[in-house]
Design a protein around this ligand. Structure first.
Ligand code: PMV
Length: 351
């Protein structure tokens, strides 16, 4: 008889931070210098789908196929995730001799993103969250999302936030072992269901400076960064949690934009400087300013990760002026018409 193939599939959504994670206090464990807060996007728009299988008929090492091509998983980050998941499975098997010995079998992982990989669209966040949950499901670990966030964090810091829907905080923690550096839900998506994100893909090319080396350079050479960690982020975290609790969009927007600006200012303050935003990104900033000016109040917010793509947050009731005006304003911008593509006016994931 053919050997049994054990299988589990899951999807994980992209999250886009409104208070940014930037800087590691421990590069091996991916412990952050500061806390961060993100909004999880709808799985309909941007997500990773991962299937994990294992079988005693499989030979060779663990493998990952990403978007149809073999992908290297020998890196320390992925290995750390797989090692932790296996040891949790091993503990279950040690406690119950009737369980199949899945921990001893090679793993085959197959992942698909429905968006460009490594384009500054937080592909690693959805990718590691999906990988960790797929293997945790395969191993029937029954771990809580917060526990899985500790494992996903070791793959990619921002991945710890993609284990939850809605509004999610990653508390940087102070312990050296990182057990207090994990994600928690601040509010479910249903708390503020009118929230929308417009993802504007300025460039789908791979980003120039990886987040890991950008962070290292910032921590090592930026004088501004110390101010960001000591004063700017704590203020933004408090204001952002209050804005989400009160569903205060103007405040949510102001903090989002200021925090994105602060993060990119630190990148420009590194030596040599790092510029993730380009002319088209700056045109998107001006478009948001024009939209808010025309409305007479703040109805749109921009934020940029480690790449030129813009994410615009707005409330559903303002989709006309925001999405409509956006295209009108940007149509004439050089580099926009040919390269830019809107993924969707995506809704926020409902739990
Ligand atoms: O998770 P990483 O190592 O790819 O870093 C992500 C950093 C930002 O996207 C710029 C900010 C964030 O909080 O997601």
């Amino acid at each position: 008889a053919a050997e049994k193939i054990y299988r589990a599939s899951t999807t994980a959504p992209v999250n886009i931070a409104v208070v940014k994670y930037w800087g590691k206090r421990d590069a091996k464990l991916n412990l952050a210098t500061n806390s961060s807060l993100s909004v999880t996007l709808s799985q309909d728009d941007l997500r990773t789908l991962t299937t994990a299988t294992c079988s005693s008929s499989y030979t060779g090492d663990d493998s990952l196929t990403l978007n149809g091509a073999p992908s290297d998983i020998t890196g320390a980050r992925t290995q750390a995730c797989l090692r932790e998941l296996r040891s949790l499975r091993q503990a279950l098997e040690d406690a119950d001799a009737a369980l199949p010995k899945l921990s001893a079998m090679p793993l085959r992982l197959v992942s698909e993103n429905n968006f460009p990989t490594a384009a500054g669209l937080a592909s690693s966040a959805a990718g590691f969250a999906a990988l960790v949950r797929a293997v945790a499901d395969l191993y029937e670990l029954r771990s809580l999302p917060t526990d899985l966030s500790l494992i996903a964090r070791q793959g990619s810091g921002s991945a710890c936030r993609s284990l939850f829907g809605g509004y999610v905080a990653w508390r940087h923690g102070t312990q050296a072992d990182g057990l207090d550096s994990r994600a928690e839900q601040v509010a479910p998506a249903s708390h503020w269901p009118q929230m929308r994100a417009l993802v504007l893909v300025v460039s789908a090319a791979k980003k120039g400076v990886s987040s890991t080396s950008g962070m290292q350079q910032t921590v090592g050479t930026s004088d501004l960064f110390g101010e960001r960690v000591a004063r700017v982020v704590p203020k933004h975290m408090d204001a952002m949690e209050a804005a989400v609790a009160a569903r205060d969009f103007a405040s949510f927007a102001e903090v989002s934009m200021k925090d994105s600006n602060s993060f990119h200012a630190c990148c420009a303050d590194t030596y040599p400087p790092i510029y993730y935003m380009n002319d088209v990104s700056r045109a998107a900033v001006r478009a948001v300013e024009a939209i808010n000016e025309a409305a007479g109040k703040t109805i749109a917010a921009y934020t940029f990760d480690a790449g030129p793509n813009a994410v615009i947050y707005y409330l559903e009731e303002n989709s006309g002026p925001v999405v409509g005006t956006f295209y009108g304003l940007l149509r004439g911008t050089e580099g926009w018409k040919d390269e830019a593509k809107s993924y969707s006016s995506s809704s926020i994931q409902l739990d």
